[in-house]
Design a protein around this ligand. Structure first.
Ligand SMILES: Cc1cc2nc3c(=O)[nH]c(=O)nc-3n(C[C@H](O)[C@H](O)[C@H](O)COP(=O)(O)OP(=O)(O)OC[C@H]3O[C@@H](n4cnc5c(N)ncnc54)[C@H](O)[C@@H]3O)c2cc1C
Length: 600
């Protein structure tokens, strides 16, 4: 079999997910040729859509949302009129109750009851005044921002289902990346006033709506594959890259194996890899130094199973998806695909639900037969009240290995070690989610892929540093400037609203109070005569043991220092709280204006 296109300067792309296909598209735009090798029999990677007897199912629903203009433009260009704008509704199911998500005050109070709500508010105030200094774990990070009680109710059980480990073992990095701009005040503001802060704009564009292809997220990637084929850029399916050959600091070729075990070597000039970083390192021929192999072997993943059930009912619940926090069932989230797009079901009198289970390749759930998984999903669906045993008509199972790159305590060092070694190979560019071991969304995968294509074309960008908030992909004189300006504005605001260092303020006031009292008292002692003036006499009522003797003065000064420390510490915390609120409001207003300017 010959996979080799005629032209010499060829870029070989590993993986036909969002990153791989976007890389091929961008290379074509830049006038360069590529071939895409995909190990599966369909494109889209984790963002694929499967079709079971006309019922379509994503691997988790995929919202299309991005701040990166070029990514949005590509989606719009490819999807045209098939890019729907859909309303978003999602709730949390916990202790047999539904809670609106994002939280809304009346609904939350009703669900939790007054006592629990009060305790939650108190736990928040305590966390803000006395946060844990160390923020190494997910539990510490979230508790510091939301309070322990809210963490226990709305974060702990779902997060532990997703990751299969305790929140105290999950790195704070994950929370930082996923929950970065949200805090309790923002949640409370939203809960109290809703997100409708400027006409209707913010509500409709940022919170309550999203874009979605008419036939599921995979439609985007199938269309892009077809578009590439029109330009004679082939996506070779069922071609798993098993070896990456390199010599003299350059990758020269890859070997791919098809479903029948036949191997093919594909030579190229440039290589873009969206396959998992661990697999990439293991495929290197010759192997990298042992410490790099060890680093790759220490990377972990979480695997994902969707069980689609077809229910004989026109409507089961109104949400696009429901988070199931209840610890008594294994299911973590339930998608209602019909509410993503009505055309995800062929018959409007039926509903298809996607029950999502988080697993580890080889564990009890992962190795269950499809029939057993469907039985489990059916029984949990009945238990939660979403179906009866009789009205579940059909089911299908989708297993997605390596759906989540795990952020454990050593992932960062491991990725750095691998990144350094890969940096020695000038023509290999890892991109995308598992390609860079980043818990990302489609837009980041696409942005990193576009940047890799531009690097191959001569641009100087460090693709590992590409984010979705930065303006890497903007043309200098257009939106890029606006975004850069926006970033600078944010920085200026953050500097203007700099926070007090509470321990420093406490220590300064404490020391000052202790020294002043000590010096005043010593002056009186040295002056002699009637040593205790009326003011100082009063003080001894508040500072037990304060006397006009050397020991008494020391005791008084220590106590005055302690009280002043506490006062300064609390004052700083209170000021920070108010300043934080004002800064948050200001940033939010700016964001609204930006959103309107951007036309989103
Ligand atoms: C449950 C869930 C819900 C999500 N929801 C959203 C959402 O709402 N919005 C959003 O934007 N993002 C969402 N994401 C994230 C999104 O799925 C990913 O960001 C995106 O799919 C990553 O694209 P990628 O191309 O980098 O990687 P992938 O999608 O993993 O694609 C990599 C491709 O490489 C192939 N491959 C792997 N190894 C080899 C090999 N050796 N040889 C050849 N091919 C190989 C794979 O088969 C795959 O097709 C979600 C993810 C999950 C798990």
């Amino acid at each position: 079999m010959n996979l080799q296109p005629e032209k010499d300067e060829l870029c070989v792309i590993i993986g036909a997910g969002p990153a791989g296909l976007t890389a091929a598209h961008e290379l074509a735009r830049l006038g360069m040729r590529s071939v895409v090798l995909e190990k599966d029999s369909l494109v889209g990677g984790i963002s694929r859509t499967i079709n079971h007897r006309g019922y379509r199912c994503d691997v988790g629903g995929h919202r299309f949302f991005t701040k990166v203009r070029v990514v949005r433009e590509l989606w719009e260009e490819i999807m045209g009129d098939d890019f729907l704008v859909r309303p978003r509704l999602s709730r949390i199911y916990y202790k047999n109750r539904f809670f609106d998500y994002p939280l809304r005050i009346r609904n939350t109070l009703k669900g939790l009851g007054l006592v629990e709500s009060f305790l939650m508010g108190w736990s928040y105030i305590r966390a803000r005044l006395f946060p844990e200094h160390e923020e190494r774990t997910f539990e510490q990070w979230v508790s510091n921002r939301f309070g322990r009680r809210l963490f226990g109710t709305f974060f702990k059980s779902y997060t532990e289902k997703v990751w299969g480990m305790s929140c105290s073992e999950i790195s704070a990095d994950w929370a930082r990346q996923r929950i970065k701009n949200l805090d309790f005040m923002a949640a409370a503001r939203n809960a109290l006033f809703g997100a409708k802060t400027h006409g209707n704009k913010l509500v409709t564009s940022l919170i309550d709506q999203f874009h979605y292809p008419r036939l599921g997220s995979g439609m985007m990637w199938e269309r892009l594959q077809a578009r590439l084929a029109e330009k004679h850029i082939e996506t070779k399916l069922n071609q798993q890259v098993i070896r990456v050959h390199h010599t003299g600091g350059r990758v020269t070729a890859v070997t791919a194996r098809d479903g029948q075990g036949r191997e093919t070597r594909v030579d190229g000039e440039h290589f873009i890899a969206s396959m998992p970083l661990r697999d990439l390192i293991r495929a290197m021929d010759p192997p990298p130094p042992p410490d790099v192999v060890d680093a790759a072997d220490s990377l972990h993943y979480r695997d994902f199973i969707t069980v689609m059930l077809v229910v004989d009912a026109p409507e089961v619940f109104q949400d696009n998806w429901v988070y199931v926090h209840s610890p008594e069932v294994k299911v973590g989230r339930i998608q209602n695909f019909k509410n993503w797009s009505p055309e995800m079901v062929p018959d409007p009198s039926k509903t298809s639900l996607g029950l999502e289970y988080f697993a580890q390749e080889g564990d009890e759930l992962w190795t269950m037969s499809d029939d057993d998984l469907i039985d489990l999903a059916r029984s949990e669906c009945v238990r939660l009240g979403f179906a009866t045993a009789e009205n579940v008509m059909d089911g299908a199972v989708v297993r997605m290995p390596k759906a989540y790159p795990v952020y454990d305590s050593n992932h960062r060092e491991s990725v750095d070690a691998i990144r350094n070694w890969i940096g020695t190979l000038k023509n290999l560019h890892p991109v995308g989610r598992n390609g860079q071991h980043r818990y990302n969304n489609m837009d980041h995968s696409m942005a990193s892929a576009m940047c890799a294509a531009r690097v191959i074309h001569g641009a100087e960008i460090d693709i590992w540093d590409v984010g979705v908030d930065e303006a890497y992909l903007e043309e200098p004189e257009t939106v890029g400037d606006v975004e850069r300006e926006a970033m600078i504005t944010d920085e200026v605001i953050r500097d203007t609203f700099a926070r007090y260092d509470a321990p420093a303020m406490g220590t300064a006031l404490g020391l000052m109070a202790a020294i002043v009292l000590f010096l005043m008292s010593m002056t009186l002692i040295l002056k002699g005569g009637d040593p205790i003036g009326p003011t100082l006499m009063l003080l001894s009522n508040y500072l037990p043991g304060y006397r006009m003797t050397l020991v008494g003065v020391a005791i008084g000064a220590l106590q005055a220092g302690g009280w002043a420390f506490l006062f300064g510490f609390l004052l700083a915390r209170a000021i920070n709280l108010v300043v934080g609120m004002i800064e948050g409001l200001l940033l939010r207003r700016i964001e609204i204006v930006r959103t309107m300017v951007d036309g989103d």
